[in-house]
Design a protein around this ligand. Sequence first.
Ligand code: A3P
Length: 292
Amino acid sequence: MDSLRPELIDFHGVSMSHYFTDNWENVQNFQARPDDILIATYPKAGTTWVSYILDMLYFGQTANERLTSIPIYDRVPFLEICLPSMDTGKDQADKLTTSPRLIKTHFPVQFVPKSFWEQNCRVVYVARNAKDNLVSYYHFNRMNNVQPVPGDWSTFFQSFMEGKMVFGSWYDHVNGWWKKKQAHSKLHYMFYEDMIEDTGREIDKLCSFLGLSPSVEEKEKVAGGAQFDNMKKNSMANYSTLPVMDFKISPFMRKGKVGDWKSHFTVAQNEEFDEDYKKKMKDTTLKFRNEI
Ligand code: A3P
C-alpha cells in the first residue's frame, strides 16, 4: 500500500498530490447544473458530516436503500479525485441521477470549475479552526495510504504552517473562500465549531439557505443520524468500506471534538503557532473558535 503514497507537487502555486490533478482538464470542463450543490471544505473540516446531513435532508425520507447500501463517498462524489482502478469523481458526478446532485470538493476557490459560478449553484463551505484541523489532518495522513507520508508530529506541524499540505495552505483556503462569499451570494459559510455547539441550529440555517422546510420529526431524524456516535458506527458513513484507509492506525471518525489540539500541541508549539497565525490572518475579518 505504501507505494500508493504520493509526493507533494506544486500545482499552479498550490501544494497538491497528483491524485487530485491528474484529471484536471476534465474536471475544469465539468458541466454544473443550476440545482447542483457544491460542498467545499479544506480536508478534515467536517466534509463528511455536512455531506451526510445534506444527503439526509434531500433523500432521507424517500430513498431508504440509498442510506443503507450506498457509502457517503458514492452518494456525494469527490469531484477532483482520480485514483487507480476507480471511477473518477468527475465521472461519478456525471452519472448521478439525483436532483439535486450533491458534489464535494476540497479545491481552493480559484480551482473550482467555472460552470459552478456560471450556473449560480449553491455552495456550502465548512471551515474548522486551524489547530483542530491540523491535528485531524495529521491522523488522516497516517491512516490513509493515498496521502503523502506525514512524518512525525513536529514535521507535520511545521509543514501545515508552511502550507505544504495536499490542497495547500489552510490559511489561503479559508480566506479565499471567505472572500468569495462577498461576491457570490449563494455561498453558505459555516463552521465546524458551530455545528458541535448546536447541530440543530446549524441544520436550521442550512435549510433556510437551501430553501427546505422539513418537519420537526424529519429534522430530528437528520440530527440524530448525524450524531458522531451514530455516524461512527454507520458503515455507510464511516469510510470503513474504503480499503486505502487503515483503521488500525486511526479511525476516520476519530474524536469529533473541538479542542483536541490541546492533547497534541506542546506549550512551545502553541506559542509558535499563535504568533505565526496572527501574521497570516491579520488582514481578514474571519474569526475561529479554538474552543467552545
Ligand atoms: P477528527 O479527526 O478531529 O475526529 P472530513 O469529513 O472533512 O474528512 O472531516 C473529518 C473530521 O470530522 C474528523 O475529525 C471526524 O471525526 C469529524 N466528524 C465526522 N463526522 C462527525 C460528526 N458527526 N460529528 C462531529 N465530528 C465529525
